[in-house]
Design a protein around this ligand. Structure first.
Ligand code: BGC
Length: 357
């Protein structure tokens, strides 16, 4: 297949200001397909085979741009400038205090009210690349959502013939700022949007989670996962202990926690696997990031209608595995620093690899 045949485009909708949003589909030699729209840089579909070779769509999403504009749950989006929470929205850089918007009182979440998941990125298809890929560029201006510095950011999505969807994000700034990018696809490997994800077997290569307060801001303490519902070091059904009497679980209304991954800092490694025993679909996540937020779609509440279906997405019909720096890192000197200075390049790589078992 030549590269042109591996990428197709369709009109997906029109922004209120008249900009046309196209949907790009990356195709590989095995028939796997990934849909991406420049609105939010969002992954809107991933179709992968089951054990019988039947394609199923394993991410939640919508048929129309209008729903993407309305929802508030980061469906498939690139999340930034700082993913996850910043306590009180407080950011101090070089003794200057910045107040970021409090969009999840009393904290700042996922880059604010109009974070990167609500922006239109510029899409480019690189001429020379081995695999079908799409580059998304965004210029985040100085003080956008309260963050200092003009930030130039590029995320490249590539699809390999090994059924890997790779995300590489690079960024530079003209003023000291903070950055923490993650990706927010909601997965359900059954391919059926009305099915709970309780029977998925999840494995996470983490011996600790970050303990948090009632606002889900890290206290700075690590909690060992042994004999807790957070022990996924050996694959375990997501549903097995989701209702357990555990303070952290109750604070999250289910799993909504950052795992401190065991791999050495910056080393691109296998971080988690998820397996649906019925379809046989297996997903592996590799990342160079130190943290992994597991979110079991606890707050989906039947507001949004699933693509190609009459079903509305309910709680626990998906899980997110979000590679990232630790939440509230700007206020925790002991965590890996999220600071990006002029002259430096932010660079991070994560891959979702699909197969069957
Ligand atoms: C957060 C959740 C939040 C969700 C938004 C997740 O990444 O950790 O707390 O509710 O995104 O849909």
């Amino acid at each position: 297949m030549d590269l042109q045949k591996k990428i197709s485009k369709h009109d997906f909708g029109t922004m209120p200001d008249g900009r046309i949003i196209e949907k790009f589909t990356l195709h590989n030699a095995n028939g796997m397909e990934v849909d991406i729209i420049p609105y939010g840089g969002s992954i809107t579909g991933i179709r992968v085979p089951d054990r019988q070779g039947v394609l199923g769509d394993v991410v939640l999403g919508f048929d129309d741009l209008a729903t993407y504009l309305r929802h508030d749950a980061y469906f498939g989006a690139i999340v930034g400038r700082f993913a996850n929470r910043i306590g009180g929205g407080k950011l101090v850089l070089d003794a200057v205090q910045y107040q970021l918007p409090i969009n999840l009182p009393p904290n700042h979440l996922h880059g604010g009210k109009l974070g990167f998941g609500r922006k239109v990125w510029e899409a480019k298809i690189p001429f020379h690349s081995e695999n079908p890929c799409i580059e998304l560029h965004y210029h985040s201006r100085d003080m956008e959502e309260g963050y200092p510095g003009n930030l130039e950011i590029k995320t490249t999505y590539s699809l390999t013939d090994e059924n890997e969807l790779e995300m590489v994000t690079e960024a530079t700034t003209d003023k000291k700022t903070v950055i923490n990018i993650t990706y927010h696809p909601y997965f359900n490997l059954t391919g059926k949007p009305d099915q709970l994800i309780f029977n998925h077997e999840l494995e996470i290569f983490a011996t600790h989670i970050l303990e948090t307060d009632e606002g889900m801001i890290p206290t700075g303490k690590l909690r060992h996962v042994e004999q807790t519902p957070f022990d996924f070091r050996i694959p375990k059904r997501i549903g097995l202990e989701i209702g357990a009497d555990d303070i952290d679980l109750q604070q999250g209304n289910g799993y909504d926690h950052c795992f401190a991954l065991d791999h050495p800092d910056g080393q691109f490694s296998l971080a988690a696997t998820a397996y649906d025993p019925v379809s046989g679909r297996l997903m592996e996540l590799f990342t160079d990031k130190p943290g992994l937020q597991l979110y079991t779609a606890n707050w989906l509440n039947h507001s949004w209608q699933a693509k190609g279906s009459d079903v509305r997405y309910g709680p626990r019909t998906a899980f997110c595995l979000e590679p990232q720096l630790y939440p509230d890192a700007p206020n925790r000197p002991e965590f890996k620093s999220p600071v990006l200075s002029p002259g430096e390049v932010y660079l991070t790589r994560s891959t979702f690899r699909f197969g069957v078992k």
